[in-house]
Design a protein around this ligand. Structure first.
Ligand code: 5GP
Length: 192
């Protein structure tokens, strides 16, 4: 029986989702985040095997052929995917799983694991989101414009999620996320 719970966490890029997920993992040692595969380039400060497994398009497409993904999607002209191995690694160590994925991946995972809790993290406003992306100083103007377009698209899917958390104050958003984790753990122990 699967006693690990699955949390799907989606948000527009720059919505603070990654910091929230990391804090959750730091505070709960029975929770882990899967390391996805991607064909996008490594950003400064990112480590291969830690933030992502950075692979080329051919390798990614071979993995698709070999059915190695739980889900994958094209986001911003690049492939992103959760490997079965990344998920099993966490589950076999008895951890609850956080998937930091986009709305397309969220759809696939929801179909495969209906008991998963899907959470959408909303920025307080579109303006705040743009500010956050600019403060991050990781992307060019053109990339930021494209990410803002994608963000609007991503936000258009928020109603497909079980829970929407507005990340206005970080502490409060984290608390709301912990409540969902608590509920998920109770359910994973006793699906009733
Ligand atoms: P970034 O390039 O900013 O790290 O991520 C861009 C988007 O891709 C984010 O919305 C992120 O959640 C999504 N993403 C990251 N990993 C995966 C994955 O394995 N599958 C899917 N479907 N989306 C992912």
């Amino acid at each position: 029986m699967l006693t690990s719970g699955i949390i799907i966490l989606s948000a527009p890029s720059g919505g603070g989702k990654t910091s929230l997920a990391r804090s959750l993992v730091e505070r709960h040692n029975d929770v882990g985040i899967t390391v996805s595969h991607t064909t996008r380039r490594r950003r400064p400060g990112e480590e291969n095997g830690v933030h992502y497994h950075f692979v080329d398009k051919t390798t990614f497409e071979e993995m698709i052929e070999n059915d190695e993904f739980v889900e994958y999607a094209r986001v911003f002209d690049h492939y992103y995917g959760t490997s079965i191995r990344a998920m099993e690694r966490l589950i076999s160590s008895g951890k609850h799983v956080i998937l930091d994925i986009d709305w397309q991946g969220a759809r696939s995972v929801r179909e495969k694991y209906p008991a998963a809790t899907s959470i959408f993290v909303m920025p307080p406003s579109i303006e705040t989101l743009e500010q956050r992306l600019r403060q991050r100083k990781q992307d060019s103007d053109e990339v930021i414009r494209s990410r803002m377009r994608q963000a609007r698209d991503e936000i258009g899917h928020k109603d497909e999620f079980d829970v929407v958390i507005v990340n206005d104050r970080f502490d409060q958003a984290l608390e709301e996320l912990e409540t969902e984790l608590f509920n998920l753990k109770s359910y994973a122990r006793d699906p009733g």
